[in-house]
Design a protein around this ligand. Sequence first.
Ligand code: PMP
Length: 395
Amino acid sequence: MSTGKWTDYINPAVQNMPPSGIRRFFDLAAEMEGVISLGVGEPDFATPWHIRESCIYSLHRGRTSYTSNQGLPELREEIARYLAGQGAVYDPRRELLVTVGVSEALDLALRTVIQPGDEVIIPTPCYVSYIPCTTLAGGVPVTVATRLEDNFRLTADRLEAAITPRTKALLLCYPNNPTGAVMDRQSLLAIAEVVAKHDLLVISDEIYDRLTYTGRHTCFAALPGMRDRTILLNGFSKAYAMTGWRLGYAAAHPDFIAAMTKIHQYTMLCAPITAQVAALEALRHGQSAMEQMVAQYNRRRRLVLQGFKEIGLPCFEPGGAFYAFPYIGHTGLSAAEFAENLLREEKVAVIPGDVFGPGGEQCIRCSYASSVDDLTEAVKRMGRFIKNRTAGRAR
Ligand code: PMP
């Protein structure tokens, strides 16, 4: 029975979901030649060779089967060892679940804890999945715009002001995508106090933990009293340049992990064994390769910040991840206009800050996970673009 209108068959929750604002820019950029893209949130390195090799070797040996639903026991042990080093101790048998990227872990965490109408506080600007995944899980996203003057950190008073009797969870992401903001231990302790006072859960996406350039990363679950009310998410995509392998994990109280594993066993069964073998190698022997990549990102971070300064683009200093989030309000353009015109006129792709939710309207996201040559050229082109704008406005 076809009415010719197949959209009528589609769940309105999905129909009403806006497509990712990032994709739109990729599509625009893909149609043009000579574009330098600072748009993608992805390392420009290939996965370190020894990690790829371990996977090839395991395939040679015929390791092509399913694993246990929760993931290879030896991988979970290695993850537990890593997290213990961050001050968060987990039992690898009952408190860890290996997932298909942090993406799956996030979806599982939200679907596991949310009941229809539950509010989830999401500090913004935020990673593009948080709001749609919360909605799809039946939750109500409550955004709290972080501010440039707070260095894009969530403050305890702004968090407290957003809490209602329906608030179930807080979704944290530090180091942050898209701002590059990090939270120091003191500021996180203030957040933890509010969380405990209002009996909230925290879903803490710490996928960029290793990409911290200023100070040391604080694992939210390692703060006093937070372990059992936190679902900690992390993965291999960013630190080990393993985006395409699709591997992440969740660490939490056994009640949460058991519940999340129920969904995971029916929807995914298990994460791919190839990726799990590679992740094991990454944790066992990948430290030095990872540190070299992080040192490169840090070098590029400084280069981009210096470059922005020279071209008159004000930018707060990002302490983590691989994004800069400069302010473009003074150009008189909206973030979308800035990004579109910059792409058309100078062939540099950046992402308008408003696609990451409230608080990003006057900023653009520039990923510096690109080569030094590309970054240098991109900054030069952006400088020319801004000069033309300001000259035009002065006339
Ligand atoms: N969380 C954040 C904050 C991210 O930036 C990304 C990827 N851009 C993800 C989760 C998804 O990561 P994964 O590749 O592990 O699914």
